[in-house]
Design a protein around this ligand. Sequence first.
Ligand code: NAG
Ligand code: NAG
Ligand code: NAG
Ligand code: NAG
Ligand code: NAG
Ligand code: NAG
Ligand code: NAG
Ligand code: NAG
Ligand code: NAG
Ligand code: NAG
Ligand code: NAG
Ligand code: NAG
Length: 607
Amino acid sequence: MRSFALVLVAVAATAAAGPSAATQEEAFVVKETVQPPSAWVKHSTPSPDHIIKLRIALPQPNFDILERLLYDVSDPYHENYGLHLSKEEVEMLVAPEEESAKAVAEWLETHGFMEEDLELSPAGDWVTIRVPVQLAEEMLNTKYHVYKHAAADEYIVRTTSYSLPAFLHSHVELVQPTTVFGSLKAFRSTIVLPDEVMKAATDASGKMLLSDAATNCTGTITVDCIKLLYNATDYSPDPTLNNSIGITGYLEEYANYDDLQLFYADQLPEALNSSFDYISVNGGQNNQSADAAGGEADLDVQFAFGLSYPIKNATFWSTAGSPPFIPDLGTPTNTNEPYTEWLDFVLGQDNVPWVISTSYGDDEQTVPEAFARRVCAGFAQLGARGVSLLFSSGDAGVGDGESDPADTSCISNDGKNATKFLAGFPASCPYVTAVGGTTLNADAEEVAVTRFFSGAGFSDYFERPPYQNDTVEAYLATLPNGTYDGLYNRTGRAFPDVAAFGDRYRVFWGGEPVLIGGTSASSPAFAGIVALLNDARLGAGLPPLGFLNPFFYSKGAAGFNDITVGNSTGCGTSGFNASVGWDPVTGLGSPNFGLLKELALAKNEDC
Ligand SMILES: *[C@@H]1O[C@H](CO)[C@@H](O)[C@H](O)[C@H]1NC(C)=O
Ligand SMILES: *[C@@H]1O[C@H](CO)[C@@H](O)[C@H](O)[C@H]1NC(C)=O
Ligand SMILES: *[C@@H]1O[C@H](CO)[C@@H](O)[C@H](O)[C@H]1NC(C)=O
Ligand SMILES: *[C@@H]1O[C@H](CO)[C@@H](O)[C@H](O)[C@H]1NC(C)=O
Ligand SMILES: *[C@@H]1O[C@H](CO)[C@@H](O)[C@H](O)[C@H]1NC(C)=O
Ligand SMILES: *[C@@H]1O[C@H](CO)[C@@H](O)[C@H](O)[C@H]1NC(C)=O
Ligand SMILES: *[C@@H]1O[C@H](CO)[C@@H](O)[C@H](O)[C@H]1NC(C)=O
Ligand SMILES: *[C@@H]1O[C@H](CO)[C@@H](O)[C@H](O)[C@H]1NC(C)=O
Ligand SMILES: *[C@@H]1O[C@H](CO)[C@@H](O)[C@H](O)[C@H]1NC(C)=O
Ligand SMILES: *[C@@H]1O[C@H](CO)[C@@H](O)[C@H](O)[C@H]1NC(C)=O
Ligand SMILES: *[C@@H]1O[C@H](CO)[C@@H](O)[C@H](O)[C@H]1NC(C)=O
Ligand SMILES: CC(=O)N[C@H]1CO[C@H](CO)[C@@H](O)[C@@H]1O
């Protein structure tokens, strides 16, 4: 990020005076109005001089070109497959029109902001200013409130509607924080089992009993289980290759170094003493106290880095967000959206790991469409640069994840209170790979998870992308006529794309072994497999896989274990069924590494 020195302008109503400002104010037009999700209730009024970081997104007029290039370089049958774009090329393609940059700068100037007060993203498509609430209210013709989450001890400063002068509408895509009422969730659940049960699956040294793995993996999933069941046991990555893998951490989830060593001692002794780079984003901390270890973060780094070991470059980003509410100040100390903070940071880096897993998400409808599109466009930029992005698909089937599938929580947020299935975001973004969950049943068959339900469904924001069109059409054609009409959007981007084990992972957390599950486990495990595939490609002198879906839905489809048992129960229904081929429960299926590796290396004419 290009960063100019920040000089804060004291709130001065007079700064907004002058004829042009007056004309602008007369011409305010509402930019966006949302219904706050029912979980958020108005709490108080923020103090007028509380500073918020206002982020202004300028339109990316050439995004359609970027999208086309993303699809071309990710399509194994396209002549440009693997010719990923550079950081600078991507930035050129998302740069705003000069006219927009000028219009925004002039508008900000009427409110007292000079060039040196503006922080610009490298492409110039985001402008950030620090501004007191009172001035933001004036600029956006709105009123901010502190909202409290009914269940969690979480507070945010938001508004349900904001406006901009009419002339700015075509030059500004969105302004945040305003209308985003997200409640980022980690998609995991913990089961702490008595030691004896866990010991049953391991020998005295804690090592998985491979000879019995097919049985034992029904009780506990270890690194060896995943390698064995996903046909990767005999593969050794080459540590001299320039390969890399990253894990995102939010919500004060800290990845603990000691837990990682305990995990390695237990499951992968050869990896002992190896670790990962911790990178702080937006002030994210790295508290290594055993009590501060995050179950999600520990799960993610242990399986992603364990599976991909000895790939050297392993990164964990700790992105700050939702710190404790400080009642004296009357206002939460952080008003930002963690995805944009992370994207901003990573898009500004020259080196980004080739595969990145994220185990957090929101209900799509709680993320305003304009914001979801913009975040999704940020993911497309990483994909165009050759980065594979994996996201957990969610743990509540076709439901919202807040409550029990039998209740009536699947309610639309558009003022109509209609019952409907709820998609998850970012899983619904067409430029990422959404990972659903499976488990081994008592007969050691891989089926859709049953302790929770693999997040699945159809987006209301993003239309079905071309790479999955035929596959999803084929699935829809098998549904009995009229099934769930009105509950889901047949033309929307369908997810998940793929699946992996999602239950009973043996993880070390705060010094103790525990079992953790959720599609939170599926995504980092899948990322570990992708890192191995990239190793095979890099070793053969080929570029990494990059955005995965165009490959997976075509040439790579034969490299999956088709999951045909189970369903995505939610919203008081049994959701969709796993079935032959792609389905909105487990996608294309779980990875067969050996087969995917052959397909990832094969020339097209040999397939
Ligand atoms: C890890 O470090 C310890 C102490 O330095 C050493 O004894 C051990 O051999 C190392 N293990 C591995 C696998 O490198
Ligand atoms: C780290 O976490 C522990 C346990 O939650 C807490 O007591 C300690 O204050 C934290 N340290 C810092 C520097 O935040
Ligand atoms: C290693 O990979 C990074 C991307 O992760 C790339 O930017 C860098 O140029 C590569 N380094 C070498 C020596 O190839
Ligand atoms: C590993 O990757 C991160 C993020 O891409 C980068 O900042 C770091 O320099 C890399 N470290 C090494 C040793 O290559
Ligand atoms: C929707 O539900 C909310 C909260 O329960 C209620 O205030 C509102 O009146 C309902 N709207 C309609 C159209 O039923
Ligand atoms: C269904 O999805 C399409 C995009 O594919 C979108 O344009 C439309 O608004 C969605 N319908 C509803 C009811 O959300
Ligand atoms: C999507 O698939 C359907 C059925 O296979 C086909 O009729 C339609 O033309 C396809 N649309 C696109 C955009 O490829
Ligand atoms: C599905 O039902 C609708 C009316 O409910 C009917 O018009 C249509 O022909 C039916 N399609 C099939 C394939 O049965
Ligand atoms: C859906 O899955 C649940 C849990 O496995 C099972 O009890 C139920 O019978 C399934 N429903 C259908 C319709 O297959
Ligand atoms: C799922 O399978 C059950 C049992 O075969 C069937 O009754 C139900 O209609 C199927 N549901 C869907 C959405 O296909
Ligand atoms: C595992 O992968 C190898 C190729 O690496 C393939 O020959 C073999 O058939 C695969 N095994 C299974 C069970 O799919
Ligand atoms: C042969 C063997 O050790 N089987 C064990 C595998 O794991 C399950 C569940 O933890 C145990 O019940 C079995 O005894």
